[in-house]
Ligand binder design. Structure first.
Ligand SMILES: Cc1ncc(COP(=O)(O)O)c(C=O)c1O
Length: 395
């Protein structure tokens, strides 16, 4: 694990006015009013993983479990569909478009279907065909882009410009930040649900996985405005090969990932961070960490098998925050740096369930059933270390 403390983090105090332009309780209320009226809306469960908490020597670990969100199996449904809704308020064009690692595209496609619009979704090469198919099944057109997530972002922007479509992106870029702001506000619906489910005192710590940083900004911004000086200590967790937020923390400004972007945590794979999200993240996050792929599969199996406490379906990107917590808690100097101790009440987000069901089953089943048959049928596109269970990553 790489680990760095954020020397620029704001001291305890109220949420800065300037950040309310990006994530705010006022805008959150509008998002709740809209999202809670959608068919099938229900708060997702908050799990308690007591066995893990005692192994880590903390008071409590709660997992906000997004694996059932709107039947799309990820929290992204909240942001992408809310972006489609709000971007369509002023009689905007009929076609919405975006780039995606899979989940955002599915959310935009679902939102477009719900609000009577058409969606075109650009997918970089690493996104599995099963995820592409899930997007098509919602009526969207999928365009494959040779290259990384960021190339898909650029292509969506270019084609939208040429065709007069509306871009509903989860990441901001120069001259484009209104819709990503709304997308982040959509995510805050999940954060508030967790706050209400926890009840009483706020969590002391939150570990949240990072892609472009929109999720982290929503989590940190919402908790900060809600709890002011009592806001939780926040740690952002990224794949070692896709570490744009970590690099940004080192540089003190938005910086690109230095890694290959190849990771089993597909939802977190991107080169650039969202500059808009970075405004909130850079002020509100206390530490940045990266985790290696080999810890993901054992964590998914542990979650599915109830080894951590309550069982849940943790997807590849879903368990990243939990993995970061486990890795951070192993080392006394990191525990001390962020004040993790026997009184800590930690919140993490299982941001996706089985968003690629076939891949999920291959990873999870191998640990429990039919190992020989499953290893024979291993996909050549899977990173090799996923196939070798590494129990060492659990304390
Ligand atoms: C399952 C999952 N978790 C976390 C994230 C990270 O969100 P963000 O890119 O806003 O940092 C994503 C992004 O697509 C995701 O799909």
């Amino acid at each position: 694990m790489s680990w760095t403390l954020n020397s620029a983090v704001a001291p305890p105090g109220p949420y800065p006015e300037r950040l309310k332009e990006i994530v705010s309780l006022r805008e959150h209320r509008a998002a709740v009013a809209a999202v809670s009226a959608w068919p099938g809306y229900a708060p997702t469960p908050l799990r308690t993983v007591g066995r893990l908490a005692s192994r880590l020597g903390v008071a409590e670990v709660r997992v906000k479990d997004e694996s059932s969100r709107f039947g799309l199996a990820s929290f992204k449904a909240l942001g992408g569909a809310y972006g489609v809704l709000r971007a369509g308020e002023d009689g905007a064009p009929q076609v919405v478009t975006c780039a995606s690692d899979g989940n955002h595209g599915r959310a935009v496609a679902w939102g477009a279907r719900m609000f009577g619009r058409r969606a075109v979704v650009y997918l970089p090469s690493h996104v599995t065909e099963s995820r592409a198919e899930a997007i098509r099944s919602l009526g969207a057109r999928v365009v494959r882009v040779e290259g990384e997530y960021d190339e898909a972002v650029a292509r969506a922007a270019r084609d939208a410009e040429a065709s007069g479509w509306t871009v509903v992106s989860d990441t901001s870029y120069e001259g484009y930040d209104e819709v990503p702001r709304l997308v982040m506000q959509g995510y805050t619906v999940m954060v508030q649900e967790a706050v209400e489910q926890i009840g009483g005192a706020p969590p002391t710590h939150v570990f949240v996985q990072g892609g472009v940083g929109g999720l982290a900004a929503a989590v940190v911004g919402h908790l900060w405005e809600s709890f002011g000086a009592e806001r939780p200590v926040a740690v952002v967790v990224e794949p070692a090969t896709s570490d744009g937020l970590y690099q940004s923390a080192l540089a003190g400004r938005p910086a690109a990932s230095r890694g290959s972007l190849e990771t089993i945590m597909a939802g977190l794979s991107c080169r650039e961070v969202s500059p808009l999200a970075w405004e909130v993240v850079s002020a509100g996050v206390h530490a940045f960490a990266t985790v290696a792929d080999h810890g993901v599969a054992p964590m998914m199996r542990a979650a599915a098998g109830g080894e951590l406490g309550d069982m849940f379906e943790g997807g590849e990107s879903g368990v990243a925050g939990l993995l970061g917590l486990v890795e951070a808690a192993r080392r006394p100097e990191r525990r001390e740096a962020v004040g993790l101790d026997s009184r800590s009440r930690v919140l993490v987000f299982n941001t996706e369930g089985a968003t690629d069901p076939e891949l999920y089953r291959r990873i999870v089943d191998r640990g429990f059933r039919e190992p020989s048959r499953l290893s024979e049928s291993r996909s050549p596109t899977l990173p090799s270390d996923v196939s070798s269970p590494n129990r060492e990553t659990l304390p």
